[in-house]
Write a protein that binds this ligand. Structure first.
Ligand code: FE
Length: 338
């Protein structure tokens, strides 16, 4: 059995970093789906000489894979987007606790736990069609339930992890009953059945199929910087709102990672996590993927993020939001926001 597992691992291109291997390796399970991440991995290898074996997949698939592999898992680090995914991984006890003075110094407390660390921030912003609405019409997430927006909202599926985490944050702030009422209101305001990703919603707002949608910030920044002129023109029809500036602040989410409990290359794993918080890697997140760095002192150049400006972010610790994920999923189902 052991031999078969080893064979499989080898066939899949994963070196466990044992059996006298001279070369240092890191087995990275990554659910980030951004092409430009290549630079980040190359930067680490150049700096440390540690080669990265990367397994990519959807977050839930990678988590399940690590669980199935059990003690034999070659995974050293799980890197993923969204606090919900990190919380799910943690609930399956996949991460080892890690104390790192460097990480604790670099990453603000509300963006880390003792098991996983956020390395980049994205915000869920409200995007509207300027011919149809004004910023004052949609100042908050809560305002999206207003009946005056009937037939005007485009949305990703209610249970999509980006929406789910946002709704969990609303539960954390407003409670379950109020949030369920809100979800019913939003579901009643939809212009069409929820489908697609954030970029699809932005495009539908620009085309006028709907008047307003919620999207992760980096998708908008990506369109603003597009080399296609029609995409840049499309963005000109859009207005943006940083939601909830008068209250709890705009909901933010993260890309984050943790040390896998069974890590065979523990030292390489810790070096990788610390690398992600280094100035060099932190600059990559804005410059490569339009996400904000978690280390606030890091200087970067990104015209689109500059243009989007600054905003007040919700400082609620992400683990507190993640605790409401199951409640959020159930109330979305009951409200028919699917
Ligand atoms: Fe995304």
């Amino acid at each position: 059995m052991k031999r078969i597992t080893w064979l499989l691992a080898t066939l899949l291109g994963i070196a466990a970093g044992t059996a006298g291997a001279q070369e240092k390796v890191l087995n990275l399970y990554s659910a980030r789906h951004y092409q430009a991440d290549e630079q980040l991995y190359n930067g680490f290898t150049q700096k440390t000489g540690i080669r990265i074996n990367r397994i990519e997949g959807k977050s839930n698939e990678l988590i399940e894979r690590i669980r199935n592999e059990g003690a034999n898992s070659p995974a050293d680090v799980l890197l993923t987007a969204d606090a919900a995914s990190l919380a799910v991984a943690d609930s399956w006890d996949i991460f080892a606790p890690l104390r790192s003075e460097f990480l604790e110094k670099r990453i603000p407390a509300h963006l880390r736990t003792d098991k996983w660390f956020a390395f980049a921030v994205r915000a869920r912003m409200i995007i509207f069609n300027k011919r149809k609405l004004k910023a004052e019409d949609v100042p908050t997430y809560q305002s999206l339930a207003d009946p005056k927006l009937k037939g005007q909202i485009c949305s990703i599926p209610g249970g999509h992890i980006y929406n789910l985490t946002l709704v969990a944050s609303l539960v954390a702030h407003d409670g379950e009953a109020k949030t369920e009422e809100w979800a019913r209101g939003v579901a009643g305001n939809l212009a069409r059945n929820p489908r697609g990703g954030d970029t699809d919603q932005i495009k539908s707002v620009a085309s006028g199929e709907c008047a307003v949608a919620v999207s992760n910030s980096y998708y908008l920044a990506r369109l603003m910087a597009s080399d296609k002129v029609e995409e840049r023109n499309m963005v000109k029809r859009l207005g943006i709102v940083w939601p909830n500036q008068g209250g709890s602040g705009t909901h933010i989410n993260v890309s984050g990672a943790g040390l896998v409990k069974m890590a065979k290359n523990r030292e390489s794993a810790i070096r990788f996590l610390e690398y992600l918080a280094s100035d060099e890697a932190q600059r990559y997140f804005p410059e490569g993927n339009n996400e904000w760095p978690v280390v606030s002192t890091v200087k970067f150049s990104n015209e689109e993020l500059q243009e989007l400006g600054t905003f007040k972010a919700d400082q609620t610790p992400l683990p507190n939001i993640a605790k409401q994920l199951a409640v959020a999923q159930k109330l979305l189902d009951r409200a028919g926001y699917r």
